[in-house]
Design a protein around this ligand. Structure first.
Ligand SMILES: Nc1ncnc2c1ncn2[C@@H]1O[C@H](COP(=O)(O)OP(=O)(O)OP(=O)(O)O)[C@@H](O)[C@H]1O
Length: 528
């Protein structure tokens, strides 16, 4: 080997050694202590894990294949984990790691118009979420001193609710009824009515059939409600753990907007399914069952959820979150365990009657069994003026109607009450997905309480109402604006409105039968 080649080789070796020495100095080896648990068993929605002694309550644990679970039962020997993903691929002996965090969800304006699941996976095929901020799904409810009384109405667009069972912003109003009585439709109508009203909506479907969810999404899309709505979905075939976290995750999304001073409407559809999923998980985790096999903390499950909906005071931004939880009753049993719990947690209930539904009186709201405990204070004065008389007349009518079914001959004033009641019922009927503006509602209610519909045939009531609403456009703009605000209507304006209504309704007025005769005829007809 020549001396020059030898030198070159020497230099190369020197470079290599220097480089290795620099690299060695850069690397500072240290030990990272990591707890690794092992799966002991996996059953329906639950995994039992060994060997994570420091895991905290409700900590998120990671399983192979990026499947997550919540540490729910912590004891010295093992952890009971609620699975949030497809656990069918897991085996006994698989590794489980801690994440050091609880379940959280991305929040931000990007969520508006999106359909996601509680783990923030998008279901609408519109790509990933780009929200930067994340919020834990379980958060403490706002403190008492941060809250304000309910003072603003939340218009649902349904006459029967806005006039008789008003809901205020920040209120929790339960919607309850048997299967297929129109519970979801009421909540969806309330969402549709928030268009251009500066209210953000969150619709949370818990363990629902995919076909029902698809129908709801199509309705929201058709009415452009996605412009201001976030939808969270868990379907019937999702693990019960996902059902369990869904309403909490949806509430965190609502809370994000509420804390920014916005008004939010959140619908939980439905909490019966939520309670059932929680019961399933609790029984699998061998927690002691109580009444109807629900675990002891079932009341706390829903109270800690619904306490998060409130009206914040100005110092906290003045935002609000109005909750419409839905609950399914069985055989019209309002006093079952979960319904009574929710009745006591919420500020009122809208009860939907299957018998009204079968008679085609829709929305099938049973006014006698429904109540709004705080919404009355927030109701606009134009509604308040008519609602008292309306409620009384309707209650009298329902009583007399039952009486009349037995074939009793009634006196003229009772027949008059029945006639009037039938007109009230007809006016409170409303088709699905057709919320009405405040002005339209007030005009109808004014005509009703002033007896202008009483001489119109029941069969012509729908056309008469449409004509009355069309007649609105002939009123002076200043009156229309006042009607939209639903503030007190002065006598002078009231005369103008009633004049317009009398003119518009004249063609529908029927004079062939005297009022009393007509009612008696109808009662007899109903009796067959
Ligand atoms: N105001 C209405 N006018 C006409 N149809 C209505 C009205 N409200 C509800 N419906 C119809 O009644 C049916 C049941 O309504 P909906 O799905 O809202 O009931 P639900 O009580 O939520 O049912 P489920 O128990 O399955 O959750 C639907 O077919 C719906 O289209």
């Amino acid at each position: 080997m020549t001396p020059s080649v030898d030198n070159n080789l020497k230099q190369s070796y020197q470079h290599l050694f220097e480089h290795l020495e620099q690299s060695r100095q850069r690397v500072q080896p240290s030990f990272v202590l990591q707890e690794i648990g092992t799966v002991k068993s996996v059953s329906a929605g639950i995994a039992i894990v060994h060997g994570l002694p420091s895991a905290g309550f409700e900590e998120l644990l990671r399983f192979p294949g990026d499947i997550y679970g919540i540490a729910f039962n912590i004891d010295e020997q093992e952890i009971g984990v609620i699975m949030l993903g497809d656990y069918s691929q897991l085996n006994a002996g698989d590794e489980v790691k801690r994440t050091g965090r609880v379940v959280d969800i991305p929040v931000g304006a990007d969520l508006i118009g999106r359909v996601i699941d509680p783990l923030s996976r998008t279901l609408d095929g519109k790509g990933k979420l780009t929200c930067k901020q994340r919020m834990a799904i379980e958060r403490p409810a706002p403190e008492i001193m941060a809250r304000s009384p309910v003072t603003e109405p939340l218009q649902t667009g349904l006459k029967v609710l806005d006039a008789l069972i008003p809901i205020g912003k920040g209120q929790r109003e339960l919607i309850m009824g048997d299967r297929q009585t129109g519970k979801t439709s009421i909540a969806i109508d309330a969402i549709l009515n928030q268009k251009d009203k500066n209210v953000l909506c969150v619709y949370c479907a818990i363990g629902q059939k995919s076909a029902s969810v698809a129908k709801i999404l199509a309705t929201l899309k058709h009415h452009n409600a996605f412009e201001y709505t976030v939808v969270m979905v868990t379907e019937g075939n999702d693990p019960p753990g996902l059902d369990y976290i869904a309403p909490y995750a949806a509430t965190s999304i609502g809370e994000y907007f509420m804390e920014q001073g916005k008004d939010v409407l959140i619908v939980y559809d439905d909490l019966t399914q939520h309670a059932r999923s929680y019961r399933e998980l609790s029984l699998l985790l061998r927690r002691p069952p109580g009444r109807e096999a629900f675990p002891g903390d079932i009341f706390y499950l829903h109270s800690r959820l619904l306490e998060r909906s409130t009206h914040l005071n100005e110092a906290h931004g003045g935002g609000s979150m109005t909750a419409l939880p839905i609950i399914e009753t069985e055989e019209q049993n309002m006093s079952a365990y979960i319904p009574t719990n929710l009745i006591s947690i919420t500020d009122g209930q809208i009860y939907l009657s299957p018998s009204l539904f079968s008679l085609g009186i829709l929305p099938a709201v049973d006014v006698g069994k429904s109540v709004s405990r705080v919404g009355g204070k927030a109701q606009r004065s134009a509604y308040r003026k008519v609602s008292g008389a309306l409620k009384l007349a309707y209650a009298q009518f329902e009583e007399l109607e039952t009486f009349a079914r037995f074939g009793a001959r009634l006196d003229a004033s009772s027949l008059q009450s029945i006639e009037h009641g039938q007109r009230i019922r007809s006016c409170l009927k409303q088709a699905e997905s057709s919320p009405q503006s405040v002005a339209a509602q007030i005009v109808i209610l004014l005509a009703l309480t002033n007896g202008l519909f009483d001489s119109i045939d029941l069969a012509a009531m729908d056309s008469a109402q449409s004509a009355a609403i069309e007649g609105l456009t002939s009123l002076p703009q200043s009156i229309i604006e006042k009607l939209e605000q639903a503030e007190t209507i002065e006598e002078h304006d009231k005369h103008i409105i009633l004049d317009m209504l009398s003119q518009t309704l004249k063609p529908f007025t029927e004079s062939t039968l005297r009022t009393g005769d007509k009612a008696q005829f109808m009662v007899e007809e109903a009796n067959g």
